[in-house]
Design a protein around this ligand. Structure first.
Ligand code: CTP
Ligand code: CA
Length: 225
């Protein structure tokens, strides 16, 4: 079988990927979100499935087609993503959290559309749960946990502290100030920092190529353990 499918090196592995933004309602017609396109997470899901893994993709709202061979579960809010991910985390060998999760949500969602008046208004925000931190707390032996970090300053320090704080095997840090990196395009410029303190910089590359690099590193950790 191996000879027939030489590139199916993730066969038998269960990979859980999150992608896209989350969306938090203010009222029935308005919401808070971010610029995430979902492209990075979808590329990881696509490459993992192409390499033979069983892939579950928990996705916030995106305009992207579901990659071939991938099971996609759609969510909107951070709380919905939290529940979906925790429900499916137990059977995952590798979890890759590329979603750009909203850290806060409006404290209350107005039942009706908010009408404008002559005075300014303020929206009070409340903290959302940290999905990745929770995954780090309930991490099983041998499970590989990968995070992303979106930074605009002190990238290495901030990303390192996220690796420790969230009990990750490694983190893929995006420098959002660089052209060709981050949320929207087809390319990314990242630094990968692992739990041993190893820091690896990568030049600008296609998100699909980066997806393979991330999966290669996750696989090498999975095999070691
Ligand atoms: N993340 C998560 N749940 C949240 C916030 C973030 O699972 N409520 C995950 C993201 O999917 C990502 C990683 O945590 O893999 C880092 O996200 P990032 O926004 O860079 O870090 P935060 O811990 O939210 O810290 P801050 O936004 O303050 O930099
Ligand atoms: Ca955040």
């Amino acid at each position: 079988l191996k000879l027939l499918s030489p590139n199916k090196d993730l066969q038998g592995k269960n990979v859980l990927v999150t992608a896209g933004p989350t969306r938090e309602a203010i009222d029935p017609v308005r919401f808070i979100t971010n610029h995430s396109s979902g492209k990075m997470g979808y590329a990881i899901a696509e490459r993992a499935a192409a390499r033979g893994a069983e892939v579950m993709l928990v996705s916030g709202p995106t305009n992207l087609p579901t990659p071939i061979g991938v099971k996609r579960l759609d969510v909107n809010t951070t709380n919905e993503m939290y529940n979906m991910v925790i429900e499916h985390s137990d059977k995952a060998d590798i979890i890759i959290k590329s979603a750009a999760v909203a850290d806060y949500r409006p404290e209350t969602v107005a039942e009706n559309k908010i009408k404008k008046g002559d005075v300014d208004i303020a929206i009070s925000l409340t903290r959302n749960p940290d999905i990745l931190k929770k995954l780090g707390e309930i991490k099983k032996d041998g499970q590989v946990l990968v995070g992303f970090a979106a930074e605009t300053q002190d990238i290495i320090e901030n990303a390192k502290s996220k690796v420790e704080r969230k009990n990750l095997d490694f983190i893929v840090a995006n420098d959002l100030t660089k052209d060709g990196a981050g949320f929207k395009g087809d390319t990314n410029i990242v630094t990968i920092i692992d739990s041993t303190g190893d820091v690896q910089h990568y030049e600008k590359m296609d998100k699909k190529d980066l997806a393979d690099i991330i999966l290669d590193k996750a696989k090498s950790i999975y095999i070691k353990e």
